[in-house]
Design a protein around this ligand. Structure first.
Ligand code: ATP
Length: 250
């Protein structure tokens, strides 16, 4: 049996003046899957993320999360429902130790959400358990006491994911978590994302096609603000329209 649908977009539109960045996008994300959104530059992937996480308002359509209509809820309300988004490296507290970063993540004090407490506050002991579990999950135990600014690029990207995980989300949105990475870091990130679906649902924007095909349960292909195709990696790879959109680059 298929997992229940955690997140659904129904005919979502986003207009900037007369330009439709999203021209009616529908998708269903099942719980405990990795669902990737791919497509050429300008296809609308980031715009769709803004709509789903509530950082920008839709021009039309509906968004359901966990059975509730969240279309008009601001991002901090959706965060409280269990939606977390991984931001760029700049949202880390670079002068603070790795562990303290995660502690702040667990308290909902990620810089981008400074005014938006995540969930109910949890006790100090439960918080420590979350922090230590996330440290292990993102493979940064050995670096727990060093400043985040001293981590390598790849380690900082994993800490970013950790910051989102520390908020104990149901769904985690990752926007190009592998950008600028070397091969070893890529493998670590790939393994990390794969491991998330035990406890979370992952929505991923990713340009590296090998990674997408390797770790996704479902792939949505966007082009010019619309869904061009959706399916399992194997089907997407052999889809003629997708191949045409990528001019054979996959
Ligand atoms: P990339 O892979 O390059 O990040 P993307 O698929 O994420 O691309 P979006 O960033 O969602 O694409 O942009 C979709 C389209 O919407 C683009 O043509 C972009 O120029 C346009 N767009 C995005 N934000 C705005 C804005 N604030 N005003 C006008 N047009 C915008």
């Amino acid at each position: 049996p298929k997992a229940p649908i955690l997140l659904e977009a129904i005919d979502v539109e986003k207009h900037y003046g007369k330009f439709a960045a999203l021209g009616g996008v529908s998708l269903r994300v099942r719980a405990n899957t990795v669902h990737s959104v791919i497509g050429p530059n300008g296809a609308g992937k980031t715009t769709l993320f803004h709509m789903l996480t509530g950082t920008k308002a839709v021009s039309g359509g509906r968004i359901l999360f966990d059975g509730q209509d969240v279309t008009h809820e601001p991002d901090h309300r959706r965060v409280q429902r269990g939606i977390a988004r991984s931001f760029q490296v700049t949202s880390l507290f670079l002068s603070l130790p790795v562990r303290e970063n995660l502690r702040l993540g667990a308290q909902g004090v990620a810089p981008a959400h400074a005014l938006n407490p995540w969930h109910e506050p949890i006790g100090a002991r439960a918080q420590s358990q979350v922090v230590e579990a996330v440290l292990a999950k993102v493979g940064l135990e050995r670096f727990a006491d060093i400043p985040a600014g001293n981590l390598s690029h790849g380690q900082q990207r994993r800490l970013e994911v950790g910051m989102a995980l520390a908020a104990r989300p149901k769904a985690i949105f990752l926007d190009e978590p592998t950008s600028g990475m070397g091969i070893d870091d890529l493998d670590d990130m790939k393994r990390l994302i794969k491991s998330l679906r035990d406890e979370h649902t992952v929505v991923l924007i990713e340009h590296n096609m090998n990674i997408v095909m390797d770790i996704s349960d479902t792939v949505t292909v966007m082009q010019l603000g619309r869904v061009l195709a959706e399916g399992m990696p194997h089907d997407i790879r052999s889809d003629d329209r997708v191949r045409a959109a990528y001019l054979g680059n996959m």
